[in-house]
Design a binder for this molecule. Structure first.
Ligand code: NAD
Length: 380
């Protein structure tokens, strides 16, 4: 089959769904690869590198969308991209079907099949295709780099001839994939790291990375976990305890990285205005939940704001795109694994097996039908 990656059309998006390396692997599966000219340049992959890997470089998006039997992309399709989709074609990209109902219907009407990378079930077998985790890992790492870029001191403590420097104190709120990556990066830079999550089962992971888990003294069965390893909304009593704990931390910590999310809901507000007011001037808040409304009261999506008392609050929402080479390498590998499962005979023929939990779970339109939401996976 002809597998093609267009240049991403969303403003500022530098990632690409096909790399020269992933193209070589796709060719081993019997596929032919196409890329739109310039599609990889923002991620450091020139047209020439694709040509050397056996990829055909096409001149424009219209040609790519016409000729590719499978279109692979990073972002969900734009209106004009959806208009180019046609019957018998497959699109593989992030899609967010629950938030994009109109786009889902539009794609269904074309008769094309759409595989949403954000719908890949989070079961062990599918980890190699888990693009949400790949991107969250990068966001967590980059959050610490962004914090360092805005913070006026070292992360690590030092004793120098010019004086003793204390280590920076970092608080990470939410220890899912992004939070754990942030904890790992901040501890490796020498900071003193504390972390909190409503799911107490993550305490071991936090401590094994050299950070301190902030335990809440809360005597209740309610523990914040819900099925599938995700968080549940907190009870008002639990939330009060949590905010009390954060208020105690506010004057002491230098950097706060917030990553707390609850599936299908706005981000919980956890770092309130009065906590920012308690922080020292020059302290930094990096809010990875900015796209979902933010965990910090002061966060403005895609902006860097400075509070009256000199605290820097960063609400960027494009961390993976800010590390486009790394993100593209990992995302293209996730896509390649999806295509490997879709090509079981390695003969260049796509077998869209709807009895396969992972393929079924991620397929949101198929043969003119909307196939979202999927039934729960049979295997863990
Ligand atoms: P997420 O992005 O949905 O949420 C980030 C974190 O915020 C979570 O750890 C959550 O518990 C936490 N949180 C929510 N409300 C909070 C609050 N009020 N205070 C503090 N923290 C709060 O999470 P994610 O990174 O997508 O991971 C969610 C789960 O999925 C984890 O258990 C992870 O291990 C699991 N997972 C499994 C697989 C797999 O098996 N293939 C892959 C990836 C993730």
């Amino acid at each position: 089959m002809k597998i093609g990656a267009p240049k991403e059309s969303a403003r500022g998006e530098a990632r690409v769904a096909l790399t020269p390396e992933s193209a070589k692997q796709l060719q081993k599966l019997g596929h032919e690869c196409l890329v739109e000219t310039g599609a990889g340049i923002g991620a450091g992959f020139a047209d020439e590198a694709y040509r050397e890997a056996g990829v055909s470089v096409v001149d424009d998006a219209a040609t790519l969308w016409r000729d590719a039997e499978v279109v692979i992309k990073v972002r969900e399709p734009s209106e004009s991209e959806a208009e180019r989709l046609h019957k018998g074609q497959t699109l593989i990209s992030f899609f967010w079907p629950a938030q994009n109902e109109a786009m889902l219907k539009k794609c269904q009407a074309t008769g094309a099949t759409v595989i949403a990378m954000d719908m890949v079930p989070r079961i062990s077998r599918a980890q190699k295709m888990d693009a949400l985790s790949s991107m969250a890992n990068i966001a967590g790492y980059r959050a610490v780099i962004e914090a360092g870029n805005n913070f006026g001191r070292f992360f690590t403590g030092q004793v120098t001839a010019a004086g003793k420097v204390p280590p920076a104190k970092v608080l990470v709120i939410g220890a899912g994939v992004a939070g754990l990556a942030a904890i790992g990066t901040a501890t490796s830079l020498g900071a003193v790291v504390r972390a909190f999550d409503v799911r107490p089962e993550v305490s071991e992971q936090i401590e094994s990375m050299g950070a301190e888990f902030l335990f809440l003294d809360f005597d209740n069965d309610q523990d914040g976990s819900e099925s599938g390893g995700y968080a549940a909304p907190s009870s008002p009593e639990f939330r009060e305890k949590q905010l009390e704990c954060f208020r105690e931390q506010a004057a002491d910590v230098d950097i706060v990285i917030t990553t707390a999310l609850i599936p299908g809901r706005p981000a919980p507000k956890l770092w309130l205005e009065d906590m920012v007011a308690l922080m020292k001037p020059g302290s930094v808040v990096i809010d990875l939940a900015a796209e979902k409304g933010g965990n910090c009261d002061l966060t403005r999506a895609d902006e860097r704001v400075v509070s009256d008392n000199g605290v820097i609050v960063v609400g960027y929402t494009d961390y993976p795109s800010r590390m486009a080479t790394q993100s593209s390498l990992l995302y293209a590998t996730n896509i390649r694994h999806m295509l490997t499962d879709l090509t079981p005979e390695k003969d260049g023929v796509i077998n869209h097996n709807m009895d396969d939990d992972v393929i079924r779970g991620a397929t949101v339109t198929h043969q003119g039908e909307i196939t979202f939401p999927p039934p729960p996976p049979k295997v863990k």
